[in-house]
Ligand binder design. Sequence first.
Ligand code: ATP
Length: 365
Amino acid sequence: MTLPRKTYNIAVLPGDGIGVEVTHAALELLQALGPRLNCSFHCTPYPAGAQHYLDSGQALPDTTLDACRKADAILFGAMGLPHVRGADGTEIIPQLDIRFALDLYAGVRPIRTWPGLPTPLSDPRAQHIDLVLVRESTEGLFYARGRGRLEGQGAEACVYDTQKISHAGTARVCNFAFELARQRKASGRRGHVTNVDKANVFMSMAFWRQVFEERAKHYPDISTDNAYVDAMALNLVMRPWQCDVLVTENMFGDILSDLIAALVGGMGMAPSADIGDHHAVFQPAHGTAPDIAGRGIANPSAMLLSTAMMLDWLAVRHADPALADGARAIEAALAGAFLQGGVRPYDFGGTSNTADITRAVLERL
Ligand code: ATP
């Protein structure tokens, strides 16, 4: 028996609701892929989430965060339950805490249509949607989380949440988007970055645009344009097939992430990665879906595609191209399951449950 070339240590945070169910699917996938890629994935689960907060008083224990810092990569299910809230009335959201704690500034949300699955848009060009949203994830309006300020009382009360846009924070996420566009151009895509802001109204956004345009000068091979977020919301529904890479601040990115997921059928098909210079978390863009949790019908595709993103990231970091081959194998297996395998997830009106979809992917690897 040959020993694996390399062992990758993966910190696994399944979390709450369907986070646990889709994480199980991803772990089965990694277990099956390891021998095929001649490596081993040492996956260790750690507690965190809303249920853990109820049980222990801690949503993201320091021990879990330390393990994340030491791991080669972090695989994350979903966290938060609507009835579990902190003293200020907001939900327990450790996925935000981890982005700030590990400085994961680039939220990468790729979206594409999958032949074999229906799309909500009837225009035939919707079959060619293939875009990536890059969301700044450590500043913007989310910087106000935990820093909100209440002034006055009763009818006089007023609450302020302040947005932060820094030069360094904007420049690094714009660089990330340009590098991504370069990679996409090298793989035959357009290689174009659209900056999404609200520079016509807010000083912070005019500053963001100025930094974007400064950074664009360093990437003359990449074409660019600017869009206001309201117009972008319209264009994403009218002409999403024209988009390649979008970059935007945290709050706009939060909202547009869900919009682009809807273009290809919903949250079940929307993977994501939150990437910093030293760490990265890979998790589906969806939440814990309390409405379907515990029924075994969650679509694991977003999680399996997030696992593929993890392999791509590890492939570059560890100069291990076999992992990128693994990522392509996951995508091809999923595509085959939809196109030839007759797999149709519940969120697409079908009857394939989490286990059916996972099995169909594993059979095709
Ligand atoms: P969050 O606030 O964490 O983003 P949310 O409650 O707003 O979470 P989701 O949990 O993502 O949103 O769920 C939104 C809708 O999409 C729900 O109807 C849910 O059932 C559905 N959904 C989300 N993920 C999946 C999935 N993997 N498979 C099937 N349906 C899903």
